[in-house]
Structures are given as structure tokens and as C-alpha cells.
Write a protein that binds this ligand. Structure first.
Ligand code: LLP
Length: 429
């Protein structure tokens, strides 16, 4: 469900024609619908009504300050995975007591920063990390709140790059070794054990792996509680999938009802870390067709957005629907939609059946709100694009397009290279 739709042959975002925004900010740009974002967050959050829970938006999916603030305003917490994300979350006004810090490689300065900010807890992924957090907390005269991220060894049946809860993945502590880690944690003087955590992977379209993981976690918690440990939080991570093409992921209500059934009488606060399901279908990437060309074998649509703006198709072979902004009767063609970057992997769609776009016209790449801008780079020295939030009939630029000066910020030519008279070509060895 989203608020991008055609009205009289024109694609709108809520009450604004997409073409008007293109006129205003140029192309390419990311475009988010406020109503869609609010709706997705609320539906997800309300699905867990009835038990104590906290929705910690996984900001790696889209870390724009405005979006974080929006979810914070709706009562959301944040799942962060780096000092930089923590900085953004705090800057956006997140309540530190609703922030969880995940990730396999937290550095001491990041741990210190999070302790200073008094976050809710760290999701710890190894025994060594337990010891490091204990040390840093000791130096600061604090007790660090922690959960242990358990790897339940469950096949999430998604793309191998985004599966995280199996033995061969680097994430979490093997569920069989977890009791040992918990014992260590409760012996370390500067740690306070708060809960248990897991995350199976991303873009899951079945509810079974979640339920299976929950069962495994519950049985572990029962054992831990018998040993006298206090487990007050159970964090089930993120991972609920969305429809890009013809996937049929469970509705958040169905997902929630399966989980609630398992956990209702379990006496803990449930934490969820959704990313994609909240923002994925609330954003699109708008681009302009530059040229078209064809040879005997192929037809190419060359657009001004590229793999540096949206890497998912090149990186995971992901499917994103591509639509023209003007809807009209046209011939269907099969084409590769490609960007200007000097790599054959620079495509947004391959062998795609689509209505023939004309040079100069606008197209949109759908379902680009999650892992779109947040994975964008400056490759080929392309400034990162603008981000726009539409609310009803209002257009808000929530990140302006980068300029050429932004590309070289922080770079410096060292003194010894500046005087080029000393560098005749004959001197260069
Ligand atoms: N919690 C943890 C610990 C995570 O690692 C992730 C995602 C999430 C929550 C949120 O997962 P979601 O609800 O968005 O599925 N770049 C990839 C996705 C990588 C996901 C990484 N972890 C993509 O574009 O598909």
C-alpha cells in the first residue's frame, strides 16, 4: 500500500505530480511519501499492540534525519550499527533509551559514545566484544546494558548476501555456545544482562523462520532464567520482506499474530528492528531518459540515475519495477535500463519488458525507499542525488543534491606536490 499513483495519466506522489518536483529539483532524485511512511510505521507498530513492545526502526535502510525524526515522533526507537548512525539518531531527536546498538565490529570509541549517550542496550555478537564493552564501561565507571545476539542457525530462504542467521554467517553467537557467553556476561562486573537478540536476514517472505527462531530463543531463555539470569527483552530483529515484483510476504498483522501467539505469556518486552518493510515501498527514484540505442541483439535505455544511486540491481540482481511518469498507450519493448557509469554492471533493469520510454522523459524506479540512498556512493565522481519528502501537496527537500565542491571535501594536495616546476616528467621515477 502506497501513495504513488496515476491520475489522468500522470504519476503523483500524494497530491503532487512527480514531474513538478523534477522541474523544481532536477533529476535524479529520491522521492518519499509522508503518508506512506506514517501508515507503514503505524500498521507495523499497531500489529503488536497488546504486548509490551518497542519498534526500533533499522535506520540503515534509510538514514535521512527527516525520516528518523518522523518515526521518533510516532514513538519509535532506532536500531543503529555504527557511531555515525548513533550520531544521526541522536541528532534526529531519538530517545537514547529507545536505541539499540547492533553489529559485529563495534570499536571502543563507538562503545564509549553509546555509553555516554545512555542507550537502551548493546546487542553483543561475540565473547571478545563482551570483554571489550566490560572494559570500556569499567573505565567510565558505568554498567553497560547488553543483550546477546544469538545465531539460531535458521535458513531464512532469502538472497545469500542478506541471510544472517546461519552458522556460516559472521553474525551472532552460535546458539549452542550462547549459555557460556551469558555466564561470562553475568560474571563481568561492568555488564548488565538485559535480554536476548537475533536477526535472521532481510527480505523474508515467509513467517515460519521467524516463528522457528522465536521457539529456539524461548527455550534458551527458559534455561537462562533457570540459572537465575534476568532476561527482560527479546529482540527478534528485522527482515520482513516487501513486494518488489510478485513476492507475497505476510502482512505485518499476519507476521505479528504468529509472533504474539508464541510470546504473549513470556513476560518480556519484545523489540523489533524493521527497516525495509517500513520505508521500502514509501520511496522511489526518479530519473530522466538521456538516450536510447540498439544493436542487433539489444536495446538500451540510458538514464541519468546509475548504480552509484541505487546499487541493488547490480549488487544483488534485485528487481525494481520501472514505470514512466506519463502513462500513455505505447509499444512494449524489451530493454536494459542502464546508467552513465563506466561499468557493465551499471544497470537498473536487465532484459525488462516495458512500455517504450522516449528520450527526455521521466521514469521512476519503484520500491527504492530502502537501501537506496543509504547505499549510494560517489563513484565516477557523481554527486549524490537530492531527497524529497512529499506531504499532501507540500514538497520538502530533505537532502539537497550534492555539489562538485562536496565531492572533494576533506581532500588535500600535499605541499610537496604543489610546485609542479619540481616535477618535470624526467624526474618521475
Ligand atoms: N536488524 C539487523 C541486525 C540487521 O542487520 C538488519 C538488516 C535489520 C535489522 C533490518 O532488516 P530489514 O527489516 O530491512 O530487512 N542491503 C540489503 C539489505 C541488507 C540488510 C542488512 N541488515 C538490500 O538492499 O537488500
Amino acid at each position: 500500500m502506497h501513495y504513488f499513483e496515476y491520475k489522468k495519466g500522470e504519476l503523483y506522489c500524494e497530491r503532487v505530480p512527480v514531474s513538478r518536483i523534477a522541474q523544481q529539483v532536477g533529476t535524479p532524485f529520491y522521492l518519499y511519501s509522508y503518508r506512506t511512511l506514517v501508515r507503514h510505521f503505524k500498521v507495523f507498530n499497531e500489529a503488536f499492540e497488546g504486548i509490551p513492545h518497542l519498534v526500533c526502526y533499522s535506520m540503515k535502510a534509510n538514514s535521512n534525519l527527516a525520516l528518523i525524526r518522523l518515526f521518533v515522533n510516532l514513538g519509535g526507537g532506532v536500531d543503529v550499527v555504527s557511531g555515525g548512525e548513533l550520531y544521526r539518531a541522536l541528532k534526529a531527536g531519538a530517545d537514547p533509551q529507545k536505541i539499540v546498538f547492533s553489529g559485529v565490529g563495534k570499536k571502543e570509541d563507538e562503545i564509549e559514545y553509546a555509553l555516554k549517550a545512555s542507550i537502551l542496550m548493546f546487542n553483543v555478537e561475540s565473547s571478545m566484544e563482551l570483554r571489550t564493552i566490560n572494559e570500556v564501561a569499567g573505565r567510565m565507571n558505568r554498567k553497560a546494558p547488553i543483550s546477546i545476539r544469538v545465531n539460531p542457525d535458521i535458513d531464512a530462504r532469502t538472497h545469500p548476501y542478506i541471510t544472517t542467521g546461519m552458522k556460516q554467517n559472521k553474525f551472532g553467537i552460535d546458539i549452542l555456545r550462547a549459555p557460556m557467553a551469558y555466564r561470562l556476561a553475568s560474571e563481568l562486573p561492568n555488564l548488565k544482562v538485559m535480554g536476548i537478540d537475533c536477526h535472521l536476514g532481510s527480505q523474508l517472505v515467509d513467517v515460519e523462520p521467524f516463528v522457528e527462531a522465536l521457539k529456539k530463543l524461548k527455550s534458551l531463555v527458559d534455561d537462562l532464567r533457570r540459572e537465575g539470569m534476568e532476561i527482560r527483552y527479546l529482540d527478534l530483529g528485522g527482515g520482513l520482506g516487501i513486494t518488489y515484483n510478485d513476492e507475497e510476504p505476510p502482512h505485518p498483522y499476519e507476521y505479528a499474530s504468529n509472533i504474539l501467539e508464541e510470546i504473549r505469556s513470556f513476560n518480556c518486552t519484545l523489540i523489533l528492528e524493521p527497516g525495509r518493510v517500513i520505508v521500502g515501498n514509501a520511496g522511489i527514484l526518479v530519473s530522466r531518459v538521456l538516450y536510447t540505442k540498439e544493436n542487433e541483439e539489444k536495446r538500451f535505455i540510458i538514464v541519468d540515475a546509475a548504480m552509484n544511486d541505487l546499487v541493488r540491481p547490480s549488487y544483488y540482481g534485485s528487481f525494481h519495477q520501472i514505470l514512466p511518469v506519463r502513462e500513455e498507450a505505447r509499444e512494449e519493448i524489451v530493454a536494459d535500463v542502464v546508467g552513465p557509469i563506466c561499468e557493465s554492471a551499471d544497470f537498473l533493469a536487465k532484459g525488462r519488458k516495458m512500455p517504450r520510454p522516449n528520450p527526455g522523459e521521466l521514469i521512476t524506479v519503484m520500491s527504492a525507499g530502502a537501501y537506496g540512498f543509504s547505499m549510494a556512493t560517489n563513484y565516477n565522481s557523481r554527486p549524490r542525488v537530492a531527497e524529497v519528502l512529499v506531504r499532501d501537496d507540500e514538497i520538502h527537500v530533505i537532502r539537497k543534491r550534492e555539489e562538485y565542491e562536496d565531492l572533494v571535501r576533506g581532500e588535500e594536495i600535499p605541499e610537496f606536490l604543489r610546485d609542479n616546476s619540481k616535477f618535470q616528467s624526467s624526474n618521475v621515477k
